[in-house]
Design a protein around this ligand. Structure first.
Ligand SMILES: [Zn+2]
Length: 81
C-alpha cells in the first residue's frame, strides 16, 4: 500500500513540475505585448522602416536620428504586408 502512495506522489510531483515549467512559457507568450522583455532593442528610422540598427545612430539614407524600436516588429511586419 505504501508503495502505491509513493508512486502516486511521484507521479503527482512530476506532473506538477511539468506544468510549472510549461505554464510560464505560455503566459509570457500571451502577455508579450503587455510586458515587453528588454531582450533586443533595435533602432530604426521613422522615414525608412527597413533601416535597422542594434545601436543608436543616424539613418544612412537620410541622416535622421534613429529611434528605438520596441516590440513593434510584428506590427510593422503586418503593416508592410
Ligand atoms: Zn531615413
Amino acid at each position: 500500500m505504501k508503495k502505491v502512495m509513493l508512486m502516486a506522489t511521484a507521479i503527482l510531483f512530476s506532473v506538477a513540475s511539468v506544468f510549472a515549467t510549461t505554464n510560464p512559457t505560455t503566459v509570457s507568450d500571451t502577455t508579450k505585448s503587455k510586458k515587453v522583455k528588454p531582450a533586443k532593442v533595435q533602432y530604426t528610422c521613422t522615414m525608412h522602416p527597413e533601416v535597422l540598427s542594434d545601436e543608436p545612430g543616424k539613418c544612412p539614407k537620410c541622416g535622421m536620428t534613429l529611434v528605438k524600436k520596441e516590440a513593434t516588429k510584428k506590427k510593422a511586419e503586418k503593416m508592410v504586408m
